[in-house]
Write a protein that binds this ligand. Structure first.
Ligand SMILES: Cc1cc2nc3c(=O)[nH]c(=O)nc-3n(C[C@H](O)[C@H](O)[C@H](O)COP(=O)(O)OP(=O)(O)OC[C@H]3O[C@@H](n4cnc5c(N)ncnc54)[C@H](O)[C@@H]3O)c2cc1C
Length: 368
């Protein structure tokens, strides 16, 4: 039986541990925090799962595969009320997404702005060209999803160890001992760049969001206003109605960043509600968490072998859009570790050319 040590029980590490354990690997999953902890990038309330990625067919397919795998996991972590995209122009990210979704046979519909009104009790559409509806998209309950992955990994035989790890050549240095395995996967989120500073370059930014109290009739889909770099979801209990900016926040130390958002972020969320969902403008705040993105220059993830230790692998660079892809990434990782596939070139180490992000944050930067 091949063995693996996976360091980091965020969505990437937990997905890999789960996949490998179910493929009959002997797996040890190490994290210094509890899985789903709000200090990790995968902690907290919710993440959107959508297949639209503008012109990018690779992440479109990956999100669709991941969606099927999240469904298989069950446990109520995937909620599927759909996602609506508020398109401000006819020829932007949403139009590109629609074309790629249709080519991939992923359900999608283009609506006149007024036809999107039934999704929300109050919706302003004056500034919209159309609305793109992904009926099979939705929302993942983030911390719960990570814990469900870890639970299934443990049921398949993985051992969870709550401690800090350091690289020691091709081995893993743990409190008072060293461990080795056939494969060692460092899936340490923002901390990957600290553990491997010569190999990994990540920009870590502070991201803030707000969740508002909303009455029952506000149950509904996820939503994205790409050209306003704002996204969220209608009421999903117990979290409420989410509104967040997807602009890069200020650089931050992931160890020190606040777990709460500041007042100005909440005020910005409320301003967006007043604009798009007017009846919610005065809704009470339910919670206002802070989190961080760990981003590569081109928004592509990282999965690559260590150049000096062939059994050591680096996994991360979620770049603010990694959550949904976790189980699909894990399938790729497992295929590579088992020798059934080559590592995807776009995930390679090395200098990355700056490129527009694959998040829900657009300002027409990729229009041509
Ligand atoms: C506000 C916000 C909104 C987002 N929205 C979306 C969205 O809508 N859709 C989407 O798909 N994605 C979204 N993302 C992105 C997504 O959450 C991340 O890409 C993903 O969670 C990254 O996971 P990870 O496993 O790489 O990192 P993490 O979750 O940070 O996991 C890394 C783990 O490694 C552990 N660790 C680090 N160093 C060590 C060590 N030395 N020893 C032991 N353990 C260690 C840490 O404790 C941590 O638990 C969002 C992110 C944020 C912050």
């Amino acid at each position: 039986m091949p063995s693996a040590i996976v360091i980091g029980a965020g969505v990437f590490g937990a997905s890999v541990a789960d996949r490998l354990a179910r493929d009959s690997w002997e797996v040890t999953l190490v994290d210094r925090l509890e899985p789903g902890h709000p200090r990790s990038e995968s902690g907290g309330e919710t993440r959107l799962i959508r297949c639209s990625h503008g012109r990018d067919a690779f992440y479109t397919r990956s999100a669709r595969r991941a969606w099927a795998l999240w469904r298989e996991l069950g446990e109520g972590v995937l909620v599927e009320p759909g996602v609506v995209w508020f398109a401000r122009t006819d020829n932007g990210w949403e139009a590109d997404s629609e074309r790629v979704l249709r080519e991939a046979a992923i359900p999608v519909e283009r609506l006149e702005p007024g036809d999107a009104r039934p999704f929300f009790p109050s919706l302003a559409v004056d500034d919209l060209a159309f609305v793109l509806h992904e009926p099979e998209a939705g929302v993942l309950k983030a911390s719960e999803a990570v814990r469900a992955l870890v639970r299934r990994a443990r049921e398949a035989g993985a051992r969870l160890s709550r401690e800090a790890a350091q690289p020691a050549g091709s081995a893993v240095a743990l409190a008072g001992r060293r461990e080795e395995a056939d494969a060692v996967v460092w899936a340490c989120g923002a901390w990957l760049a600290r553990l491997f500073p010569q190999l990994v370059d990540l920009r870590v930014t502070f991201q803030q969001l707000s969740l508002f109290e909303a009455p029952l009739e506000w149950d509904g889909p996820g939503w994205v206003d790409f050209d306003a770099a704002t996204y969220g979801h209608a009421r999903i209990e117990p979290f409420g109605f989410k509104a967040a900016s997807d602009l890069d926040g200020p650089d931050i130390d992931p160890e020190e960043r606040p777990l709460e958002a500041g007042e100005s972020a909440v005020a910005a969320g409320r301003r967006y509600l007043a604009h798009r969902f007017p009846d919610l403008a005065g809704a009470p705040v339910k919670s206002a968490p802070g989190c961080h993105y760990s981003s590569t220059a081109d928004g592509q993830f990282i999965f690559a072998p260590h150049p000096e230790h062939e059994r050591t692998w680096l996994l991360g660079g979620g770049s603010g859009h990694g959550f949904k892809h976790g189980p699909a990434m894990a399938e790729h990782v497992a295929a590579v570790l088992a020798g059934r596939a080559e590592p995807e070139p776009r995930f390679a180490l090395g200098r990355r050319a700056a490129a527009r992000s694959l998040r829900t944050a657009g300002f027409g930067a990729d229009r041509d």
